[in-house]
Design a protein around this ligand. Structure first.
Ligand code: ATP
Length: 302
């Protein structure tokens, strides 16, 4: 059975189509990435999963339970870490987590609450009021809140936006462990190296539609070879080099990325640039990664 089954989900806000018929499923045990530029519809889709928003049409099931018709069951199978930091400011961290357990009917949950706090480095803040916490600490509490009922499916909406390296590492270690233990994880992030390192499969959304859906390895393999990235000043890049670009130059940008099959391809490009009078300010050669693929797909080249 799929952990999450999304079928033909449509959502409009007035005249804006936020989701235009999204269909895909996520299997149990996957670490799945949901990527897309700002406004692609990721948060809308997640809020429909969590029952916080209703699709205009289509259906979503969590482990076979419809998020509308069987809301309570579907919700109990899901732990959602929202993007926004919202708390009831009058409670301590432990009280917040106990209340959240109460929502799911878990009266004696302290052992697991202690374990979650320990893994998120929250133990020494257990009795602190949530309103006194820093932004990063509040984010840890949000993660802990999503996990109090040990949900088999965990959805994280940009959990590392604006948080420090230490929290990222702590968080990913814990989430990766939960994934190894069988929890399905769905992640949205703008940090593509994080998605590349963690996710086994990725869906890319653009304008409310799925524009790519594949394993992370297969997505990266769409771009073979390396990329030569140059930052230019002086004359514009010669038009003869345009076919070698991995994606078109953005208007006004002086950053050109060329696709390189072999190292011997580098010299003719540099020679053409030299002849045109363009000055190379900076140059890097790197293996294609998820960010390159993301840019190509979002620009519609792939
Ligand atoms: N409540 C709302 N009312 C009107 N428009 C909305 C509402 N919520 C979202 N939108 C619009 O729907 C589109 C999809 O937004 P959504 O927040 O789902 O995108 P996202 O992929 O999560 O973006 P981001 O990466 O910026 O978080 C955007 O154009 C957004 O402005």
């Amino acid at each position: 059975m799929a952990a999450i089954q999304i079928d033909q989900v449509m959502k409009r806000y007035g005249t804006l189509q936020a989701l235009g018929g999204v269909t895909f499923s996520i299997e149990e045990g996957e670490f799945f990435g949901l990527l897309g530029p700002n406004g692609a519809g990721k948060t809308t889709l997640i809020s429909i999963l969590a029952g916080l928003n209703r699709a205009d049409s289509g259906s979503v099931k969590i482990m076979g339970h419809d998020v509308v018709k069987d809301y309570r069951k579907a919700r109990s199978l899901l732990g959602v870490v929202p993007q926004e930091l919202v708390f009831d400011p009058f409670f301590t961290v432990r009280e917040t987590l106990r209340m959240q357990s109460g929502y799911f009917g878990l009266a004696k949950n302290d052992a697991w609450i202690d374990e979650v706090m320990h893994h998120l480095d929250l133990t020494n803040k257990a009795d602190a009021n949530t309103r006194s916490l820093s932004g990063g600490m509040k984010r840890r509490v949000l993660v802990a809140q999503a996990l109090v009922h040990k949900p088999p499916v965990i959805v994280l909406d940009e959990p590392t936006a604006g948080v420090d390296v230490e929290l990222r590492q702590t968080l990913w270690k814990f989430i990766a462990r939960l994934n190894r233990e069988g929890h399905t994880v769905v992640l949205t992030t703008h940090y593509l190296e994080e998605a590349q390192a963690l996710c086994n499969r990725i869906a890319m959304l653009r304008g409310g539609k799925v524009v790519a859906l594949d394993t992370t390895d297969a997505l990266i393999n769409r771009i073979s070879g390396s990329q030569l990235e140059v930052r230019l000043s002086g004359a514009a890049m010669p038009a003869s080099l345009a076919p070698l670009l991995s994606h078109p130059l953005e208007p006004g940008s002086n950053r050109a990325v060329f696709r390189i099959a072999e190292y011997t391809d580098v010299e003719p490009i540099l020679a053409a640039l030299r002849q045109s009078g363009a000055v190379i300010e900076d140059m890097q050669l790197h293996q294609a990664d998820l960010e390159d693929v993301f840019i190509e797909i979002m620009e519609g080249n792939k």
